[in-house]
Design a protein. Sequence first.
Length: 313
Amino acid sequence: MNILVVMDPIDTIKPWKDSTFAMMLAAQRRGHRCFYTTTADLWLDQAQPMAACAAVEVFDRHEDYYRLQSWQHQPITDFDVVLMRQDPPFDQRYLTTTHLLALAENTGTWVVNNTQAVRDCNEKLFTAWFPHCMPPTRVSARADLLRDFIAQQQDTILKPLHAMGGAGIFRVRHGDPNTSVIIETLTQNGRMPIMAQRYLAEIRHGDKRILMIDGEPIPYALARIPQQGETRGNLAAGGSGQGIPLSERDRWLAQQIGPTLKEKGLVFVGLDVIGDYVTEINVTSPTCIRELDAQFNLDIAGELIRRLEQGRG
């Protein structure tokens, strides 16, 4: 296969922990050809979605880890698969990229994950499709409704709907004197809805990332454990990753959500689980492949590429 990888600038990644890099390594090992591009290098020529891209060879080392061939302009429809791996925020640029890739999708190119599903399934709000799997939650831009929820739950987490990596997350207890300014800041003075969830004390044992390939879970999760004094387990926020086998509850949660992921064409997804609940469903660029591979001698990216080789169905 010829695989177009839409990602963050390759010279800025940390190859020893980057999941997109793991996918390119796996594709290369299995005889496929990868091409590198970024969202800034995609454009539309009349009705033809195009990419400025370069064939890329990757090497599993910390430095001098990639080699680009000459750049070329190529119709995106020439590729068998497009891996959309640009990190959020899910902003206007991200949305426009999904529209461009949808034109290629419409003529037979397989975009992973499906562009319509990525637009429809906000990583926070998508949990509401599975109310039996989510903690007590409220989404609103109104300060009175958010204050009422905080009073009900006593201890809460407030977070924006379109960020990642733990950005903009606040723990707010009932009576906190900073409540007003936190709500004003996150909602941009009542203009932007945010998510409020009950604080789950099980976060001290880690915010578990469960990776799903075509609706089926990898049998191990990465528990991202917060630093002392932190409420965020995200690796980007300084959390440490500890691999653990899936619990019976983890498997049940995956069973509840997996069929919907498969139906929507969400081939590679990360479920965030704290205690007994799914708190987010990551559909844009889920990570943690490298950490789980290293701890359990897995080949998660290889499993994903094998699924792509099988085609749609």
